[in-house]
Design a protein around this ligand. Structure first.
Ligand SMILES: Nc1ncnc2c1ncn2[C@@H]1O[C@H](COP(=O)(O)OP(=O)(O)OP(=O)(O)O)[C@@H](O)[C@H]1O
Ligand SMILES: [Mg+2]
Length: 427
């Protein structure tokens, strides 16, 4: 038998039902004995409430169990693995929008959206995101390490650490989604250190798309609210500034005299406020931009991690589309349920033709065509709806092979529609 030290560690996250008030150790024990029934599990596996039907006690307290280790690529041997558990309850309250009033025009500005984490809205988001690189794992490791440094009191003037992440790249590639998923993930993983967590999405685009009198003061008021939240040291505060290029745009417009210099003061105020957040060891700043190259240099300089998020390759497109097909089959919108192989299984068989692999190979052809057409992940996720609505009979639900042909037709249509949009029509 393997010694405890030889064991690999594996992380399990499970969400408790809101009404459950059982003690955490008791729940851990229950889940642990349930999992000992499995010889091995795949990383990323989620055991949903419906799979727990035969176990009344678990069903009473557990909503889902996810095996979410980031190191394993293949099956995890349960007997040879030491499990690390994270137990959490999802917040169902949803988003709350913070508004501020422009004292000049009296106009109400939506200034920030605030979620209590972990939120029901972001449940499963992390697992649904697929990237070609180890972007998810890297950003998670970075954030965990940055909080560890803060915990140890590492002096950030000696070892630079602003706890600022910048994701940039083309539209619809999952930048905003990853920021939200990362905030949710951290609220679960760091639950012992931070029993409370919030995500604050600052509406930078809204604040700078239009000039408001006293924009600088509005920013200051907004950050007063942010600071009220981060003052609570036992609260993890993830601050998301989406479309951060609007800051640079506002600065350029002000320099060119197109906008009043008040707007440049607002940009500087945001940068100064973000700098002040660095002093709070419980704050993490997440930023995105889809105009690579147009981001304010002063801002880029502040980011510890700057990662390009690209359009999905054929491999990523395959897994995204496979997830869509699985969902439609699970809901009976494509029937009967058939097996689609994970890409690594197809690769293992060197894409050999067989009856069992027929659907998977057709899906692989569609994924390659989608990657060649440079579809974003957002556009990919919309194809199944178009395929089912416009390229299949409304009833009965199509079988998988028919649906996959419709998916290819929907892709061809999407490409033609995009060409029409880009074509310069003579006046
Ligand atoms: N890498 C991905 N894997 C799976 N789904 C994705 C991915 N990227 C985007 N999506 C899907 O596309 C939708 C839009 O993604 P998101 O808003 O995060 O993109 P974005 O990069 O922030 O876009 P924009 O630059 O336009 O703001 C998401 O709801 C998600 O369903
Ligand atoms: Mg976005």
């Amino acid at each position: 038998m393997a010694d405890k030290d030889d064991k690999e560690t594996e992380t399990k996250e499970f969400s408790r039902k809101r009404k459950s008030s059982a003690n955490k150790d008791y729940i851990k024990e229950m889940v642990h004995s349930y999992l000992s029934n499995f010889a091995c599990l795949n990383p990323g596996t989620t055991i949903a409430e419906s799979d727990l039907k035969d176990n009344n006690e678990l069903q009473e307290h557990i909503q889902s169990i996810t095996l979410c280790d980031i190191h394993h690529k293949s099956e995890v041997q349960m007997t040879n693995t030491e499990l690390v558990y994270h137990i959490y309850k999802l917040d169902s309250f949803g988003v709350e929008t913070d508004t501020l009033t422009d004292s000049g025009s009296g106009e109400e500005l939506p200034a920030a959206d605030v979620w209590t984490l972990p939120s029901e809205e972001f449940h499963g988001l992390w697992e649904s995101l697929i990237y070609d690189s180890s972007l998810k794992e890297d950003t998670l490791r970075f954030a965990e390490t940055a909080f560890e440094f803060a915990d140890r009191g590492v002096n950030s003037t000696i070892v630079g650490c602003n706890r600022v992440i910048l994701l940039h790249g083309p539209p619809g590639t999952g930048k905003t989604s990853l920021c939200r998923a990362l905030a949710q993930k951290l609220s679960i993983r760091l639950g012992d250190k931070f029993p409370r967590a919030r995500l604050l999405e600052i509406n930078a685009h809204g604040l700078f798309s239009k000039w408001f009198s006293e924009s600088g003061k509005i920013v200051a008021r907004l950050f007063d609210r942010v600071r009220e939240i981060v003052e609570d040291r036992r609260l993890l505060a993830c601050v998301l500034v989406d479309e951060v290029e609007s800051l640079a745009h506002a600065r350029r417009a002000a320099v060119a005299g197109l906008e009043p210099s008040d707007s440049i003061r607002a940009v500087n105020a945001i940068l100064a406020q973000l700098d002040r957040l660095r002093r709070h060891p419980n704050a993490l700043v997440l930023t995105t931009s889809n105009v690579t190259g147009a981001i304010d240099v002063a801002f880029v300089d502040r980011a510890d991690v700057k990662r390009l998020v690209g359009r999905p390759s054929a491999r990523a497109a395959y897994e995204i589309l496979r997830g869509c097909c699985e969902e439609l089959m699970a809901r009976g919108a494509v029937a009967p349920r058939e097996r689609l192989f994970a890409l690594r299984v197809l690769e293992g068989s060197r894409f050999a033709e067989s009856e069992a692999a027929g659907g998977s190979l057709r899906l692989w052809a569609a994924a390659r065509a989608a990657a060649a057409a440079r579809l974003s992940a957002r556009a990919l996720r919309r194809l199944p709806l178009q395929a089912r609505a416009l390229h299949c009979e409304p009833r009965p639900a199509p079988p998988l092979q028919r649906f996959l042909r419709a998916l290819q037709a929907a892709l061809a249509r999407h490409v033609a529609d995009c060409d029409d949009l880009l074509r310069d029509e003579p006046v």
